[in-house]
Design a protein around this ligand. Structure first.
Ligand SMILES: [Zn+2]
Length: 229
């Protein structure tokens, strides 16, 4: 079932390792088949070098296992909550990549300090509110999804393909799992650049709105001119 998507999900997870975003069994990536209403996700705690497409777990969008012998990633309930809330996304990636996680632990959004950032995000990379003790005790992973959805209210998820969960780490998404992996790599790079910007100049300010608009809308939206379309 969903052989192609299983292969894509394995490939997405392996790409996180190749890009240095994941160590040991940290992190997880999934994809959704909107036609079938099913999620394909990495199994929990299986070493990356041993994983095969057959190990991927298929669930419905409520997180019930439909096919697979392994236990799904422990963050499954966050993934399916996001698939239900953001109908335009096709893949989700969660890592504890070093620099993005540092910003998440500091509970600070990543300011848009330059055009590299503006090419991908038309503003800061947002951060959620911390989870309350009640949210942590009752359905922690689903509550993480709720915190993300709450913070993303009024925003287009495809125009802002990542968020930092306060005290935890980034969640990233995209139209496909490939795009979600790409977003995770970019967020890590932006997080590192922002950190170094502040190390060089603690008074650094975000770029102007004019420069932000110029770079963002060159690549996104109806007036985009970037690439070979
Ligand atoms: Zn995590």
């Amino acid at each position: 079932m969903l052989e192609q998507l299983r292969a894509e999900v394995l490939e997405g997870n392996l790409e996180l390792v190749r890009r240095g975003l994941v160590i040991y069994t940290f992190g997880n990536a999934s994809a959704v088949s909107r036609a079938e209403g099913l999620c394909v996700i990495k199994p929990s705690g299986v070493p990356y070098d041993k994983m095969t497409p057959a190990d991927m777990v298929i669930t419905d969008l409520e997180g019930r296992i439909v096919e697979g012998k392994m236990k799904p990633s422990t963050d499954l309930d966050t993934h399916v909550a996001l698939y239900r809330a953001f109908p335009g996304i096709g893949g989700i990636v969660h890592t504890h990549s070093r620099n993005a996680t540092s910003w998440a632990q500091a509970a600070r959004e990543i300011p848009c300090f330059g055009t590299t950032h503006a090419d991908y995000f038309h503003g800061p990379v947002p951060v959620t509110d911390p989870l309350t003790p009640e949210e942590i005790d009752s359905g922690y992973e689903a509550s993480t999804g709720v915190a993300i959805i709450r913070r993303m209210q009024g925003m287009d998820p495809l125009a802002c393909p990542a968020i930092l969960v306060a005290g935890h780490a980034p969640f990233c998404w995209g139209k496909s799992i490939r795009d979600a992996v790409h977003a995770a790599v970019i967020v890590e790079e932006l997080a590192m650049m922002a950190l170094q910007t502040l190390a060089i100049n603690p008074d650094a300010r975000p770029i102007s709105q004019a420069l932000r608009d110029k770079h963002h809308f060159r690549k996104h939206g109806p007036a985009a001119t970037y690439g070979q379309k």
